[in-house]
Design a protein around this ligand. Structure first.
Ligand SMILES: N[C@@H](CCC(=O)N[C@@H](CS)C(=O)NCC(=O)O)C(=O)O
Length: 233
């Protein structure tokens, strides 16, 4: 039988989706046991807990599995009701944060596809353009939810929240791509708000604590590239 208040997270260290859940747990101050999965040889437990997608992250709370990073973050905020809150209490602001989080999710998928194509040595011009156009819109319009147009926009100005986590989970580790491909996912010149927001997040102790080291990510991308391009190590 599961002990009361047991919190387990199945993940892989390099996953931006798993990073979201680690950040949410750390920020809320929730103790958890972390189980590193091998996606090439998924554990029976992972397949049992997430039979639909068979993906990480999966959070297991008192024996009950929850899948999908956004769903998990909302669950955490609803179950652990003490502050800091991940989502604003005001319904309109909460809707706005969810709206922008969904938008950032689309942007992060474009970045993920761009990096995958780079890893495979394929042409990325179209997808990178699409990514940058969406980033331009975020840079221009996301300030509607920044209190007094100020950065950082941490939830309640105390700790990073849901939207901060969504932003950081794809921009916070993107400098690994720069080192390997010479591709800059964002620059302070073109995206001053998003860049200073990401930088502010990277300095928060809980965030530093769970961000994978850049050198390890670069190594992983390098290995993936070698596997895709065996003739060009
Ligand atoms: N929409 C999911 C995406 C999770 C996801 O793509 N996880 C990847 C690791 S980054 C995975 O488990 N991949 C295993 C597979 O595709 O078989 C979420 O937000 O949690």
């Amino acid at each position: 039988m599961e002990e009361e208040n047991s919190v387990k997270l199945h993940g892989v260290w390099s996953s931006p989706y798993v990073l979201r859940v680690k950040l949410a747990l750390k920020i809320k101050g929730i103790e958890f046991e972390y189980i590193e999965e091998d996606l090439g040889n998924k554990s029976e437990l992972l397949l049992q807990y997430n039979p639909v997608h068979k993906k990480v992250p999966v959070l297991v709370h008192n024996g009950l599995p929850i899948a999908e990073s956004s769903v998990i973050m909302e669950y955490i905020d609803e179950v652990w009701t003490d502050p800091p809150y991940l989502l604003p209490k005001d319904p309109y602001l909460r809707a706005k944060h969810r709206f922008w989080a969904a938008y950032l999710q689309q942007v992060s998928e474009l970045l993920g596809k761009s990096l995958l194509l780079m890893t495979e040595g394929k042409d990325t011009d179209d997808i990178v353009n699409e990514y940058r156009n969406k980033m331009d819109v975020a840079e221009e319009l996301i300030k509607e939810i920044l209190p007094n147009n100020e950065i950082p926009c941490f939830q309640d100005n105390i700790k990073p929240g849901y939207l901060d986590i969504m932003l950081y989970s794809f921009l916070g580790t993107s400098d690994a791509a720069e080192e390997l491909f010479g591709f800059k996912p964002f620059t302070a010149e073109r995206y001053p708000i998003l860049a200073s927001w990401t930088k502010a997040l990277s300095e928060v102790p809980e965030v530093k604590d769970v961000t994978p080291p850049k050198s390890k990510l670069v190594e992983l991308l390098r290995t993936m590239r070698i596997n895709y391009l065996p003739q060009k190590p």
